[in-house]
Design a protein around this ligand. Structure first.
Ligand code: GLA
Ligand code: ZN
Length: 676
């Protein structure tokens, strides 16, 4: 449990009473109670209010707010306020200001704006976190610490450059080793002294769109920046821990956000929390994948949904409203995939600056007679009813999909073979095939124990980190099924090519070698022509990249249908030890992936949770041997669900269900399995 002071699914969100006059505070409380809000996230952007100068701290307003809420049954998720530095700090200590990739020093403004290597920022952020912890550690209202907010962005200032050199020295110890790793004999880049190294920016190695002339340098810079921001988080974490031994500490992540290596970050977090803001065209399967990824950061532990909008955002190009029922539906999607909290941004809609058109529980009209408020209140009541039944329940999966941020950086930085290759999209394609088949998936990092899975899929595993090839070999030898794709096994963790034929260290387990890689415009396709018969369809379309492979023991499942490599293998399967290793040499269309997943899952006896109509999502949580099956209807019409011989109890409606049942448009079942 995240904190047993509140043993239920938390319901609340970001609350900024400091933006309002005191007359409105009682009204806030009245409305919170009406909507079943029991947690308020406070103090996210209040540094300027808390600390008007170097030595003065004013926390009285926070004392009063925490107390007022607590007296009314509302707990606090307490932020440290360090996500935007005060104006006086920027004026007196310009080292807190970031420099952008074009070398332009920023002035005071916006947020998430502090240089992570600024001594001033580090000193004052650590100090205020410690002061807050000292003051509130024993407050019965405080449930969790929320350090800063949505860490992100890179800095290119001189102090970051100096810190980069120190980070590199630490990593490589000698300049010779660094030169070798970065392959600096290319274009005469040999460094004779650490001081000659500069940050890879628009002034040096990089261009817009993640283009870099030196992937090794750019890759290390991303690792360094992720580490620098993580160091800031850790300073605050430790300052809090020194005072408060009990309450958990988190910071809100952003799903597939590209800039930080979240697997590394999660190790420093007591519980993962994240902000879910799908765009108008984000597929629900993508959101599902992101929840699974956030759950995977800590090997399946439940996570917090720290933010979602009750209705609309303000920062997308098109800020569509969540249609009636959708907020509830997506909230249960989060819970079904491992969230133990439902929190919103924001509780009351602000009147000025850029978030005045961002949805909130309390809208500008100020009363409770709004669609959004009513939907929030209904959900609040339901979450109350679920009480603690689902807390800590796990999401069991037999399939793992590997996701790795450093691999992603290396692919994105790569010059060639194709600008159209998008790692996250390729991963999602495979994820979606399982999602559509109602098969539960864990999204895992390369450090995860693979032996608990029957099937491990690693799309575009371009970078093979030290030892991961051995881990895969062992997994397959012991009977596991492994699948990877084109553009895999190419480089080591420094983006240096593994010589001796692609896919490098995966060559043996896959029983193939790849001689060349063709890259065509995404609109040009080839065909995957089946040699094995899986269905009535004998050929599928593929595009993007096309590996020209030769088998070395693997069976050819399908071959290319055209071009000069017509007849060469397009899909292979290698028996290795007690298991199998598949290779998909191009990017197939959806129908092929569907067939492939059915084929592999049947062979591995991996079953779907339930057969449901298209547009219906299933996911399952399990606690103490009790199974809770979530059935989520994303369609705009009602559907019929066939529960077959299963006997279920719907926690939301409070009634037994079996056989054929109707599920409303945007409707949800949470089905406790009584007997199957
Ligand atoms: C982010 C931030 C919040 C708010 C919302 C708006 O998630 O953490 O402060 O700006 O976006 O969608
Ligand atoms: Zn900097």
């Amino acid at each position: 449990m995240i904190n047993d002071k509140l043993p239920k699914i938390w319901h609340g969100g970001d609350y900024n009473p400091e933006q309002w006059d005191s007359e409105i505070w009682d009204e806030d409380i009245r409305m919170f109670k009406l909507s079943g809000i029991d947690v308020a996230t406070l103090n996210v952007f209040s540094w300027a209010r808390n600390q008007p100068d170097e030595n003065t701290y004013n926390f009285e307003w926070l004392d009063d707010t925490i107390e007022r809420l607590y007296k009314n049954g509302i707990y606090t998720c307490l932020a440290t306020s360090t996500a935007a530095h005060p104006a006086w700090m920027a004026k007196r200590y310009p080292d807190v200001l970031r420099v952008d990739a074009y070398g332009r020093k920023r002035k005071f403004g916006s947020r998430h704006n502090s240089c992570p290597n600024s001594p001033t920022y580090r000193l004052y952020s650590e100090r205020i976190a410690g002061k807050l912890a000292e003051r509130y550690k024993d407050h019965p209202a405080v449930l969790i610490w929320h350090v800063s907010n949505e860490y992100g962005g890179y800095c290119y200032c001189d102090q970051c450059e100096k810190a980069f050199r120190v980070w590199l020295k630490d990593k490589y110890t000698t300049i010779e080793k660094l030169n070798k790793t970065w392959n600096t004999s290319f274009w005469g880049h040999t460094f004779y002294d650490w001081d000659e190294i500069v940050l890879p920016s628009m002034l040096s190695e990089e261009r817009e769109g993640n283009e870099s002339d030196f992937q090794g340098i750019s890759l290390d810079y991303r690792r360094f920046m992720s580490d620098s921001l993580l160091d800031c988080y850790k300073l605050e974490y430790q300052a809090i821990r020194k005072q408060d031994a009990k309450n958990p500490i988190t910071t809100n992540l952003m799903g597939t956000f590209p800039m930080l290596d979240y697997f590394k970050w999660a190790k420093e977090m007591d519980v993962v929390s994240w902000d879910n803001y799908p765009a108008i065209d984000t597929p629900v399967s993508f959101t599902a994948m992101t929840h699974d990824l956030m759950r995977g950061l800590k090997s399946g532990l439940p996570f917090m949904l720290m933010e979602q909008t009750p209705s609309q955002q303000n920062w997308q190009p098109y800020n569509s409203l969540k249609r009636p029922g959708v907020m509830r539906l997506w909230s249960y999607q989060a819970v079904g995939r491992g969230a133990d909290t439902i929190l919103y941004f924001q509780l009351r809609r602000s009147i000025g600056a850029c978030e005045k058109y961002h949805g909130a529980v309390i809208e500008h009209v100020g009363h409770e007679n709004t669609r959004v408020f009513k939907e929030v209140a209904q959900l609040g009541k339901e979450l109350e009813g679920l009480s603690g039944s689902l807390l800590d329940a796990r999401v069991p999966a037999k399939v793992a999909i590997v996701f790795d941020w450093e691999n992603r950086w290396a692919i994105e930085l790569s010059s060639g073979p194709s600008v159209a290759l998008n790692y996250v999209e390729e991963v999602h394609k495979y994820y979606k095939a399982f999602y559509d088949a109602n098969i539960q998936v864990d999204m895992v990092g390369v450090e995860e124990d693979l032996s608990k899975y029957d099937l491990v899929v690693a799309p575009v595993l371009y970078m093979i980190k030290d030892g991961f090839d051995k881990k895969i070999q062992e997994f397959v030898e012991n009977g596991g099924t492994f699948l990877t794709t084109f553009f895999s096994g190419i480089v080591d963790e420094n983006d240096l090519v593994t010589l001796g034929g692609y896919p490098g260290k995966l060559r043996e387990v896959l029983g193939i070698w790849s001689e060349e890689i063709d890259a065509l415009h995404p609109s040009s396709t080839n065909e995957i022509v089946m040699r094995e018969k899986w269905s009535n369809k004998s050929s599928y379309s593929c595009n993007l990249l096309f590996d020209l492979i030769h088998t070395e023991g693997a069976d050819v499942v399908a071959e290319y249908g055209s071009d000069f490599y017509k007849g060469m293998p397009a899909v292979t399967r290698n028996e290795f030890g007690k298991g199998k290793a598949w290779y998909v040499a191009s990017s197939p269309d959806e129908s092929f992936l569907k067939e492939l997943m059915v084929q592999i899952c049947t062979e591995s006896a991996i079953e779907s949770l339930l057969e449901v109509p298209a547009g219906v999502e299933t996911t399952e949580r399990v606690k103490d041997d009790t199974h809770y099956l979530f059935v989520l209807n994303h369609n705009s019409e009602k559907v019929q669900i066939d529960l077959k011989d299963g006997e279920y109890f719907d926690l939301l409606e409070g009634k037994s269900l079996h056989g054929k049942v109707e599920l409303e448009e945007k409707g949800v079942f949470i089905l406790r399995r009584e007997k199957s």
